[in-house]
Design a protein around this ligand. Structure first.
Ligand SMILES: [Zn+2]
Length: 483
């Protein structure tokens, strides 16, 4: 009897140690309806650091003030003495080269310096910056933390390196999320540059562990601005200059009128002509000093080059001799093969039950320094590529009253965007007036994002939720309304 009591006591003691653990982890992935979400953020241009994670951590893009002052004087005196712009342009190029030194790439497309991004390997709720996030991806992470707790993850990366290397890191995060939550699939929200990175992941690792992908203002179809940059198609056009000047000052009627007057007297044409003369004369020397060493080996940008601009990019950055850059060119070709296989991969994913949404915005002018800047966009990227190649009128224009849309359902009510030509029209949302990525915490847009990432229906086409029709209009406060 004593022995039985002893065993029972021992059992009770043993269980009392185990029971609270059971009580604390009620989570059962079999019954849990929350799919883990990974927010793959966009390019954080200033978010790279030398000695990252140590006490010496410093921004990789940084100015050496002494060097800048010395070169400003050198350039200005040189120009004053020689009455030529050459010394000034050379000084500007030297300063830019110096500021960007730590983000330069090796000829094989790897980082020249030991530089890294801040990582968030644990569930997002472990990081204050994410729990208190406001804008864009930070706001999205916070929305997800509040909605699904420890099922939310946030992925950051060095935006310069080969998307296939970033894909390995995304795979690690997918594996981590699945291991920690016990689920067998994740939902991925890929924002901006995260689009091409996620495409690399899907190409390399497949979609077996993916339940849903939402491409938010993303680069899954590349970007014209990167394409033009690498193809040397830089230009400051009068119209694009006017668009951005007018847009920036539209809230101040007097200045808006002034901009119109300046346009009338040809001021934008004059600035454009001056800039054009400078670009024509100095484009090659500046690209040799800055563009090639800083961005020529940035494989991410090569992945964004539009198929029709590939040869121009080879001609401009690689001087028409890709065989002189064998390691880099092999990697570039792998990325272009990935782009060429994208449509088939997405179709295959849909056929196999992966849910996809594409979200793109328009009605904000682009930065007026490249040929494609007259396109409609969200201030950063072009709606054409973000929407998966919808037909989009130039900024400030419509497709015209006699434009014929193959499927009238796919034409925006203001006749600016026609999804008929897009690769996934059925699954694409177009939002007028929303900024790049959007997602600000606490807004209608955040609610839309929450729904995109957590809705658990069988069908997932755009407009299945009457609150979020295919075409929407965003207010400045990211309030969303049906068009
Ligand atoms: Zn769960």
């Amino acid at each position: 009897m004593k022995r039985i009591i002893g065993i029972v006591l021992a059992l009770i003691i043993a269980l009392s140690g185990v029971l609270p653990v059971f009580a604390a982890s009620e989570h059962n992935p079999e019954t849990c309806e929350d799919v883990p979400v990974i927010v793959v953020r966009g390019m954080d241009f200033g978010g790279l650091y030398t000695d990252v994670g140590t006490e010496n951590q410093a921004a990789a893009i940084r100015a050496d003030v002494g060097f800048i002052i010395a070169n400003v004087f050198k350039g200005l005196f040189g120009t004053a003495l020689t009455l030529s712009l050459d010394p000034t342009i050379n000084a500007v190029a030297a300063i830019a080269s110096n500021i960007f030194e730590y983000i330069k790439m090796n000829p094989d497309g790897t980082s020249k310096h030991k530089v890294g991004a801040i990582r968030y390997p644990l569930a997002a709720e472990n990081y204050d910056a994410l729990c208190q996030g406001i804008d864009s991806e930070y706001g999205m992470a916070r929305t997800m933390i509040e909605e699904i707790g420890d099922h939310a993850y946030y992925f950051n990366y060095d935006w310069r390196i080969d998307p296939f290397v970033v894909a390995d890191e995304i795979n690690e995060m997918v594996e981590t999320a699945l291991r920690e939550t016990g689920h067998d699939k994740v939902n991925i929200a890929c924002c901006s540059m995260g689009g091409v990175m996620t495409l690399a992941y899907l190409t390399e690792y497949g979609y077996e562990k993916v339940n849903r992908v939402c491409f938010m203002s993303s680069t899954f179809c590349g970007a014209q601005v990167a394409s033009d940059l690498l193809a040397g198609q830089l230009e400051i056009a009068p119209d694009t200059l006017y668009n951005i000047a007018y847009d920036a000052t539209a809230d101040i009627p007097v200045v808006g009128t002034l901009m119109k007057a300046l346009k009338f007297i040809g001021a934008f044409r004059l600035v454009s002509a001056l800039a054009g003369m400078i670009t024509d004369k100095y484009l090659v020397s500046v690209s040799d000093q800055v563009l090639y060493p800083v961005f020529g080996g940035t494989l991410t940008f090569w992945a964004l080059v539009q198929p029709e601009d590939r040869q121009a990019a080879i001609d401009f950055i690689l001087k028409g001799q890709p065989e002189k850059h064998p390691e880099l060119y092999t990697k570039i070709q792998a990325l272009w093969a990935m782009i060429d296989g994208r449509n088939a991969l997405l179709d295959e994913m849909l056929e196999n039950g992966v849910q996809i949404a594409v979200v793109a915005h328009y009605d904000t002018p682009l930065i007026p320094v490249f040929e494609g800047a007259s396109m409609n966009g969200d201030g950063i990227l072009e709606t054409y590529q973000m929407s998966g190649y919808a037909t989009v009128a130039p900024y400030g224009k419509t497709l015209g009253d006699d434009y014929f849309a193959e499927n009238p359902e796919y034409l925006s009510p203001d006749r600016v965007v026609d999804l008929s030509t897009a690769i996934l029209p059925e699954y694409t949302y177009i939002i007028k007036g929303a900024p790049h990525v959007g997602g600000t915490y606490g807004t209608d847009y955040a609610d839309f994002f929450r729904w995109l990432m957590t809705y658990d229906g069988e069908e997932f086409y755009a407009g299945i939720n009457p609150d979020y029709p295919r075409f929407m209009v965003s207010g400045d406060d990211l309030s969303l309304n049906a068009f």
